[in-house]
Design a protein around this ligand. Structure first.
Ligand code: SF4
Length: 318
C-alpha cells in the first residue's frame, strides 16, 4: 500500500527562493499479491521515481509504503536503511537499459550471484543456483563465464531478470524493461516475464509508456500525469471505458493500423504543452491541455474518487 507518497526534489532558484520539482505528489494505491499492476504515463510523469522510491534508491519527502510481511504491516519508508536490507531482497527492480545496468567488468556469473550475500552459501552452491537461473531465463549455462558486451540487448535483459530472481523476490518492479529492445525481442521478454511470474509466485509493478505492452501484461493500470495518479482501473475496463481526458488522449495516441477503425475512434489527440512540474499550482495539472476544463479545474486539485468498485478517476467531470 502506497499512502500519500510524495517526492519533491529541491531546485536552486534565485536568492532566498525555494522551489521544488514535484516528481511524485500525494500518490496512493494498493497492489495485491500475485497481480501485475501497470503504471503508465509520458516521460517525466514520475513513474520511474515512484519505482525507485519503493526500492529506497530515493528517500520519500512524505508518505508511507506499507508492506504485508507474514501477518504484519510494516512501513518500509520508516525503516533505517540497515533495517530495510531484508526487504531489499524481497523487492527487486529490473531496469530499462540492459546496456548500462550490467557492470561490463564482471562476468555473468559474478553479476547474477552478486546479491547472494548469505555467508552460508558456498561458491559451488551459488554457481549451481546461477546455472538453474540461466536455464529458467532461456540462456545457456555455458555463458556464465562471458561478459555483458558479448550479449544482445534481449539477452542482457534476461541476465538482469536472472540477477533479480536469484534473490527469490516477492515483488518485482519492472521499469520500462522492454522499451530499449527491438519489437520482436520485446515480445519474447514480455512472454518470459509472464511465465516466470507463475513459476516464482511473483507480484509485478510494470512501469511503461507503451500502452499496448501494459494492456497486454497488466491486471490493473494506474495512469500518472505530472506526478499524480489521474485514473486507476482494471485493464479491460480502462481501455473499454477510459474516463479521464488524459487517459482518453493517451489511448487515442496508440497507433491503429486499420484506417476505418481509426476514423471510428473519434477521440481528439492530445494538444498543448505539458505544464512544468516545478512548483505546480494547486489545481488540475491537465487543465492547460484539457478540452473540457471548467472554472473549478483551475481552483482545486481533483482527488482520486471511485466511480465504480474497480474504477477511480481524479477529474471534476465525474
Ligand atoms: Fe479536464 Fe477539469 Fe477533468 Fe482536469 S479536472 S481533466 S481540467 S475536466
Amino acid at each position: 500500500k502506497l499512502s500519500n507518497v510524495s517526492k519533491w526534489f529541491p531546485i536552486k532558484k534565485g536568492f532566498g527562493k525555494k522551489s521544488y520539482l514535484k516528481a511524485v505528489d500525494d500518490v496512493s494505491f494498493n497492489v495485491f499479491r500475485g497481480e501485475t499492476f501497470g503504471l503508465v504515463g509520458e516521460s517525466g510523469c514520475g513513474k520511474t521515481t515512484l519505482g525507485r522510491l519503493m526500492v529506497r534508491v530515493y528517500e520519500p519527502t512524505s508518505g508511507k509504503f506499507l508492506y504485508k510481511d507474514s501477518k504484519e504491516w510494516i512501513d518500509l519508508f520508516s525503516l533505517k536503511l540497515s533495517e530495510f536490507q531484508p526487504f531489499r531482497k524481497k523487492i527487486q527492480m529490473i531496469f530499462q537499459d540492459p546496456y548500462s545496468s550490467l557492470n561490463p567488468r564482471m562476468t555473468v556469473l559474478q553479476i547474477i550471484t552478486e546479491g547472494l550475500t548469505d555467508s552460508m552459501l558456498s561458491q559451488k552452491e551459488k554457481k549451481e543456483m546461477a546455472v538453474e537461473m540461466m536455464k529458467n531465463v532461456g540462456l545457456r549455462p555455458e555463458y556464465l563465464s562471458r561478459y555483458p558486451h558479448e550479449f544482445s540487448g534481449g539477452q542482457r535483459q534476461r541476465i538482469g531478470i536472472a540477477r533479480a530472481l536469484i534473490l527469490k523476490p516477492e515483488l518485482l518492479i519492472c521499469d520500462e524493461p522492454v522499451s530499449a529492445l527491438d519489437v520482436s525481442v520485446q515480445a519474447q521478454v514480455i512472454n518470459l516475464l509472464m511465465s516466470l511470474k507463475g513459476q516464482y509466485n511473483l507480484t509485478y509493478i510494470f512501469i511503461a509508456h507503451d500502452l499496448a505492452v501494459v494492456k497486454y501484461i497488466s491486471d490493473r493500470i494506474a495512469v500518472m500525469y505530472l506526478g499524480r495518479i489521474v485514473e486507476l482501473a482494471n485493464s479491460n475496463e480502462l481501455f473499454a471505458n477510459p474516463l479521464h481526458p488524459y487517459t482518453k488522449a493517451l489511448i487515442a495516441s496508440v497507433p491503429v493500423p486499420n484506417p476505418k477503425l481509426r476514423k471510428l475512434r473519434n477521440v481528439q489527440p492530445i494538444q498543448g504543452e505539458i505544464s512544468s512540474p516545478i512548483d505546480p499550482p494547486a489545481c488540475c495539472l491537465f487543465a492547460s491541455r484539457c478540452p473540457y476544463a471548467m472554472k473549478v479545474c483551475a481552483e482545486q486539485i481533483p482527488q482520486l474518487k471511485a466511480v465504480e468498485a474497480s474504477h477511480q478517476v481524479a477529474c471534476f467531470l465525474y
